[in-house]
Design a protein around this ligand. Structure first.
Ligand code: 4AD
Ligand code: MG
Length: 444
């Protein structure tokens, strides 16, 4: 029988015991279908929730996993303790059939296997849950900054400046030779453009795609990732740290409050104690440790790290994780790194050796935020650019911000995928973005 499409669709996430006795219209994809002796049981998922709803029919239906259907029926109390309610089906329409070659026919595929069928990953419990948490977190980013009267600025994807000066840019090649009249790249950070707006509007943030041709095959690096970069005028490093801490806490709190079912799934399937680990983030202040103190702690640990520990050398993931996981047991902010390790734009400290920067490190991941107070003195900034082997004339527009009404200002960048990875407990960052791009990986 054809479904009466005049009925308003109900999403599975909206169904609760209050709807028992009501006539409902549902649309979704078949997860399983068992038919015997004139009765059919269908598990339907419509993506709105990790939960399926059980549909029961007094007829036999032969449906395969993956098919899309529309059904009407009455919500009834379920006799089984497995679910509080189920739908007594009255009509069923097959919308799009799926045959036995549907790759998700069986349960229990590995995440590696699923990465090869990225276009179908969202139909699985894991990626559906990641996508829902990710969506809610994106909204939480805007909530956090909009509530604080920050303005959302969209910075360009195509750029001619290397913000981080790390030489990890993807260069753009065009059919028209010399299209821009100079070399152009995919941006590795919106910060420099963001600073133009912060030194006009006060408080701004960006939230957009970022590209880095880092040849790192790690569980924490992507070639294309999303970054949130707030930038604040009249703001020093201490205030920057406070904002970063509140921001991370806001994301974690929102996840615990609003994504409880999906986090419950991650807790059950991937990480025991996930919610308790997140609760610790809310309960404690983030510890602040200077780079110099961190080096001392690492040296005193007597641990035989793979990479040597020495003042002036960069901290590797093993060092960052040791400090966050073993020393602190929660998020920690490391600040004042040697200037030789950091980009040209960071404010020089009076010791002549370090810059006013900060990295927020968390257990399991290491760095999720990098930021700093910016050098607001024209001469010192020019000096910084030169000492990094760059040419001040390439940054003339950026230097103008220090020529005209310069102010102390600060900002940071949060890697969105690393944040969602931290919140879901997923092991690999490639499973946090729908279509991952990394060295050797650009399918679909
Ligand atoms: O520490 P980074 O390089 O800082 C900046 O880009 C500054 N311009 C930010 C600012 O002050 N406005 O990158 C910031 C964050 C890192 O802490 C990390 O979370 C993430 O971006 N990130 C990556 N995430 C995934 N894949 C990569 N290859 C990443 N590189 C950086
Ligand atoms: Mg960094």
């Amino acid at each position: 029988m054809m479904v009466d499409i005049k009925l308003k669709r109900t999403k599975v996430s909206e169904i609760d015991s209050g709807l028992i006795g009501k006539h409902l219209f549902l649309q979704g994809w078949v997860r399983t279908c068992r038919s015997q002796k004139g009765v059919t049981f269908i598990e339907l998922n419509d993506g709105s929730s990790i939960k399926n709803i059980q549909l029961i029919s007094n007829q036999e239906h032969a449906l395969l996993t993956g098919a899309s259907i529309a059904v009407t029926g009455t919500l009834v109390k379920s006799p089984s303790p497995k679910q509080p309610f189920e739908l007594q089906m009255e009509s069923l329409d097959l919308i799009g059939d799926a045959d036995s070659s549907f790759p998700l026919q069986k349960k229990g595929h590995t995440l590696d296997f699923l990465r090869d069928i990225a276009h179908l990953r969202p139909r699985t419990n894991t990626f559906g849950a990641v996508a829902r948490v990710r969506s809610r977190m994106a909204f939480a980013v805007h909530e956090f900054f909009q509530k604080r009267k920050f303005f959302y600025v969209q910075t360009p994807v195509i750029t001619s400046s290397d913000c981080e000066g790390a030489g990890e840019l993807f260069e753009l090649i065009t059919e028209t030779k010399n299209f821009f009249g100079k070399k152009a790249f995919l941006t590795c950070s919106g910060q420099l453009n963001g600073e133009c707006f912060a030194t006009a509007l006060g408080d701004i943030y960006t939230f957009g795609p970022t590209f880095r041709a880092e040849n790192s095959h790690t569980s924490r690096h992507l070639a294309e990732f999303w970054m949130i970069e707030p930038e604040m005028a009249f703001f020093d490093l201490k205030q920057n740290m406070e904002l970063a801490e509140s921001f991370v806490k806001h994301l974690v709190q929102t996840a615990l409050e609003e994504c409880s079912e999906d986090l419950g799934f991650f807790e059950e399937r991937y990480e025991k104690g996930l919610k308790a680990r997140l609760q610790i983030v809310l309960d404690r202040p983030f510890e602040r440790i200077s780079y110099t103190e961190a080096i001392d702690i690492l040296l005193k640990s007597k641990i035989d790290f793979q990479y040597p520990v020495e003042w002036g050398k960069d901290l590797q993931s093993e060092h960052e994780r040791y400090i966050a996981e073993t020393v602190v047991g929660g998020p920690v902010i490391l600040y004042n790194y040697p200037k030789t390790l950091k980009p040209f734009y960071m404010k020089a400290n009076e010791d002549g050796k370090t810059v006013a920067c900060m990295d927020v490190l968390v257990p399991k991941i290491g760095e999720i935020i990098g930021g700093s107070q910016r050098e607001d003195n024209l001469l010192k900034l020019e000096e910084g650019i030169r000492s990094h082997g760059l040419n001040p004339s390439d940054y003339d527009w950026y230097l103008d911000l220090r020529r005209f009404g310069s102010v102390p200002h600060s900002g940071f960048g949060l890697g969105f995928e690393r944040a969602v990875q931290f919140i879901t407990g997923m092991e690999n960052i490639r499973d946090i973005i729908a279509f991952p791009r990394a060295a050797g990986l650009c399918s679909f």
